[in-house]
Design a protein around this ligand. Structure first.
Ligand SMILES: [Zn+2]
Length: 298
């Protein structure tokens, strides 16, 4: 075995270890947002729930080993089975429960590119591959720009936002109940993961936040993909933080600075204490922004 093979093997095993991670201690918490809408937290992406006369539907479903716990939490909200699952994007911490819910009779709904990426092997970069999901986990209904669910007394609309966290992101707006689920186009409290291997870009990410802000008012409850329940002022500050970092890095890149030089210039420093302590540290956000800016952009 050469060095590269050993490296790739270790990387792959690392991925398996992550997949086999122990979820026994995970607790699903339920936050009542009124109007039959709830936010569930556990491990992975935050789940949105709509419950009412027309049935139960959820936005994202975390990891497969958590399905029973999620169902238990949902049973405290409604006696009905899950009728629809909406995926905000294809990542496993948001779609891992699809197969279980799909087999139990839920119809899965997502953007066209979620279907594309879930139905084929995905190169995650640096030798990692996520294998295609089984048929039961795939969205049966897909959309391109937007789609509505007029259920449970709300006119809920799902909007596609282009090339943000991935190339298949959706944000979900409950018009009547004034709740917005941003998926991973909002990581509340941390720098975002911009998945460039899945078509994510910083400019699309900021545009997605702008789209969400345009749908929100001061009373809107905003469910981020990760982190605590939020509101417009907080998401607006988050957007401004990213725009500031983006413009700094774009200026340096335009001046011909290499990624190494830009990283050394610490363009995120003033925000690192608040946003750079989690999964995506300062170096990773700089790299993602630098790499996804078009060359010569200002
Ligand atoms: Zn994600």
């Amino acid at each position: 075995m050469n060095k590269l093979t050993v490296f790739l093997l270790l990387w792959t095993l690392g991925g398996v270890a992550l997949a086999a991670r122990d979820f026994n201690d995970v607790e699903i918490t339920v936050e009542d947002l009124g109007g039959g809408i709830y936010m569930l937290k556990g491990a992975g992406g935050n789940i949105g729930v709509s419950s009412g006369d027309d049935g139960l539907y959820i936005i994202d479903d975390q990891f497969a080993p958590l399905t029973d716990k999620i169902k238990e939490a949902l049973a405290g909200i409604s006696k009905q089975q899950v009728r629809f699952v909406i995926n905000t994007h294809w990542h496993g911490d948001h779609t891992g429960g699809n197969e279980n819910f799909g087999k139990a009779g839920a119809l899965i709904l997502a953007h066209d590119n979620v279907y594309k990426r879930l139905s084929t092997d995905q190169d995650r970069g640096e030798g990692r591959v996520t294998e295609a999901a089984p048929d039961a986990a795939l969205p049966a209904v897909t959309f391109n720009e937007q789609i509505s669910l007029r259920l449970n007394g709300d006119d809920m609309r799902i909007y596609h936002v282009a090339r943000a966290h991935t190339d298949g992101d959706a944000i979900v707006h409950f018009n009547t109940d004034n709740v917005l689920h941003m998926g991973d186009t909002f990581f509340n409290g941390g720098y975002p993961y911009i998945d460039r291997n899945s078509g994510g870009t910083i400019d699309g990410y900021i545009a997605a936040l702008d789209r969400g802000l345009s749908l929100a008012d001061d009373n809107t409850r905003i469910i981020p993909g990760h982190g605590d329940l939020s509101h417009k002022a907080q998401m607006s500050a988050y957007r401004d933080m990213l725009k500031k970092i983006r413009d700094r890095i774009a200026g340096l890149k335009q001046a011909g600075k290499s990624l190494e030089e830009v990283t050394k210039a610490t363009p995120t420093q003033e925000f690192d204490a608040e946003f750079g302590q989690g999964w995506i540290g300062p170096e990773r956000i700089v790299e993602a922004i630098y790499g996804s800016l078009p060359t010569g952009s200002g």
